[in-house]
Design a protein around this ligand. Structure first.
Ligand SMILES: C[S@@+](CC[C@H](N)C(=O)[O-])C[C@H]1O[C@@H](n2cnc3c(N)ncnc32)[C@H](O)[C@@H]1O
Length: 258
């Protein structure tokens, strides 16, 4: 049985290859939240780990996966093979770009795609609603019903709310970690937190196979979820453990719903 590299307050971090550690732990989770290597940099660890999607499928029926369109197109056969079905996507819009090419549009976004296995109706979904300044969100609207199961069974109650809230939009603006990151591709807590709250119940367990600086673990702890992370490179695991030991000082990064 692998020994945790760090363990405290409902979070555990393991050092090793997620394809070995997770099966050895035999863990079952409400959600896998993954930020895998996109294979788009010359960083040593930035290589797609073949087989990780099968491992994720043995852990949970729900997967949020960060990545680029190029990455998803290149590996779509592996999502299919592991029976992951696409439910939806969100766009993380950053305040600055991450690309270095000058012959194309300045890239200021990344994607996270939501995949599920089994029946959509068995998914835990805590639909994100936020306060709305739009008066039309106080009016009754006609229900629209979709036949596609992953679009959700839209009930009339959902569309006749008069509570001044609206569904959170799928384009989410959160400042990147530029200038304050512990890890070269660190995700801000503000983009992880809505995904966690939506797909993992309070007190539930989220697994991050590519923990990096432990952002998912910190976001889980701050939002009342348990978390297990695996990181393959010891220098990052070391930084992650240090961060987790100081995590009560972490605050959610700025988030605005575009
Ligand atoms: C995109 S980064 C994740 C960054 C993380 N979301 C954060 O906010 O810090 C991917 C991480 O996966 C790690 N990694 C790559 N292959 C791995 C494997 N097979 N098992 C576990 N970790 C791996 C890399 O060392 C890297 O830190």
């Amino acid at each position: 049985m692998p020994e945790p590299y760090f363990k405290s307050d409902g979070v555990e971090l393991y050092l090793g290859d997620c394809r070995e550690v997770l099966p050895a732990l035999g863990v079952k989770a409400d959600l896998v939240l993954a930020d895998p290597p996109y294979e788009e940099t010359s960083l040593k660890w930035d290589r797609w780990p073949d087989g990780w999607l099968e491992v994720a499928a043995s852990v949970s029926k729900s997967l949020w996966c960060f990545g680029s369109i190029r990455m998803f197109l290149e590996h779509h056969g592996e999502f299919d093979a592991a029976c992951w079905r696409l439910a939806q996507d969100i766009v993380w819009e950053k305040h600055n770009g991450s690309g270095f090419q000058t012959d194309r549009f300045k890239r200021v976004h990344e994607h996270a795609l939501h995949w599920y296995r089994g029946e959509w109706r068995d998914q835990h979904l805590d639909v994100p609603r936020i306060a709305s300044a739009d008066p039309s969100d106080l009016r009754t609207r006609k229900p629209r019903v979709s036949n596609a199961p992953h679009m959700g069974a839209i009930t009339s109650t959902e569309h006749t709310r008069r509570d001044g809230t609206r569904l959170m939009r799928s384009v989410i603006q959160v400042k990147s970690m530029k200038g304050k990151a512990l890890h070269p591709t660190e995700k801000p807590l503000g983009i992880l937190e809505p995904l966690l709250r939506y797909s993992c119940p309070l007190g539930g367990l989220v697994v991050d196979p590519f923990a990096g600086s432990a952002s998912t673990l910190v976001a889980a702890r701050l939002s009342g979820r348990r978390a297990i992370g695996v990181e393959g490179w010891e220098p990052y695991a070391e930084k992650a453990a240090l961060r987790l030991s100081q995590a009560p000082l972490d605050l959610f990064s700025e988030v605005s719903d575009a």
